[in-house]
Design a protein around this ligand. Structure first.
Ligand SMILES: [Zn+2]
Length: 303
């Protein structure tokens, strides 16, 4: 099978000619494998990160300006943080903080991992390249990424939104369906319910490794599915020495200079991609000599 023709590592938006909805479908394969390759996460953590990556890419495809979507699940469980960032260019990276003593069951759900006590939080941040950051935080009320996200979206956007995610242990398929506004009549609500039921039926099936153009047509057999051209999805980590220096600037000279004097350098590592960065004592002296009060704004990212 040709994985490009089948739509792997691609995202495509679609709309229906005769129904009040539009959607996005994405398939991650080598991109998510690459994003997780250098991490020794338990299988359940990798599964949830795949789901978060699929969800983040769907959301990133809706961005109207250059920005980064950050999806985080936070709590006090064995995995207190899972984080995926996706950009408007449809690149993404993923990270989880797994406690060293954690014993994670292979079938653990998002809620199991992050907080069994029900105190987990689901956080969606939109961080534009230019302009104000937006952040929405909700209690983690559901066990899965898809349920938490669609609940959040339906409440915040005041339009019905459904999210489906499924995988085969390697590749992940993600779909978002959104009811279009101005169709809130009884008939259109019925039409929407039928669309959701049709997609529920499709996603109850095992992962189908054939082109989504085929299964979309099959799912919405009574409608005309119109696909926009597919866009590539890829892993990319934007970490760099200049971001590391910005982060160190925020930590401050008082904390870092004694360490640098003792060790000769400050060694740090990108939590997302594993890239190592070594900042010499001389570079730090220069950094703090040149630093005025101007520092990069605080960000959710680690590098
Ligand atoms: Zn990195």
């Amino acid at each position: 099978m040709d994985r490009t023709i089948a739509g792997f590592d691609q995202l495509a938006r679609f709309w229906l000619e005769r129904a009040p909805a539009r959607g996005v479908v994405a398939r991650l394969d080598e991109s998510i494998e690459r994003a997780l390759r250098d991490h020794d996460y338990p299988p359940a953590v990798k599964t949830i990160l795949r789901h978060l990556a699929g969800a983040a890419v769907l959301l990133a495809s809706n961005l109207k300006q250059p920005a980064t979507i950050v999806l985080q699940a936070q709590g006090s469980g064995d995995v207190p943080l899972l984080c995926v960032e996706a950009t408007q260019a449809l690149t993404f990276r993923a990270y989880a903080n797994v406690r060293s003593e954690a014993k994670v069951a292979d079938d653990a759900t998002l809620a199991d991992l992050v907080d069994r006590g029900g105190k987990g939080r689901f956080i969606l941040t939109i961080d534009p390249d230019v302009g104000q950051m937006y952040q929405g935080i909700v209690a983690m009320e559901y066990a899965t990424v898809a349920e938490n996200l669609q609940s959040y979206l339906s409440n915040s956007q005041q339009t019905d939104t459904r999210v489906w995610l499924r995988e085969d242990g390697e590749a992940l398929e993600a779909c978002l369906l959104e009811r279009l506004p101005d169709h809130a009549t009884g008939d259109d609500m019925k039409a929407w319910d039928q669309l959701v039921a049709a997609m529920d039926g499709t996603f109850e099936q095992p992962f189908m490794p054939f082109p989504y153009s085929e299964w979309l047509n099959f799912t919405f057999a009574s409608d005309d599915v119109r696909l926009h051209p597919a866009q590539p999805v890829a892993f990319a980590c934007p970490c760099s020495m200049s971001r590391v220096l910005n982060a160190l600037k925020l930590v401050g000279a008082e904390e870092l200079m004694p360490l640098a004097q003792e060790r000769g350098s400050i060694d740090t590592r990108c939590e997302f991609c594993g890239q190592s960065y070594q900042v010499s004592q001389a570079s730090l002296i220069e950094l703090f000599a040149n630093s005025s009060a101007s520092t990069a704004p605080g960000s959710q990212t680690l590098q």
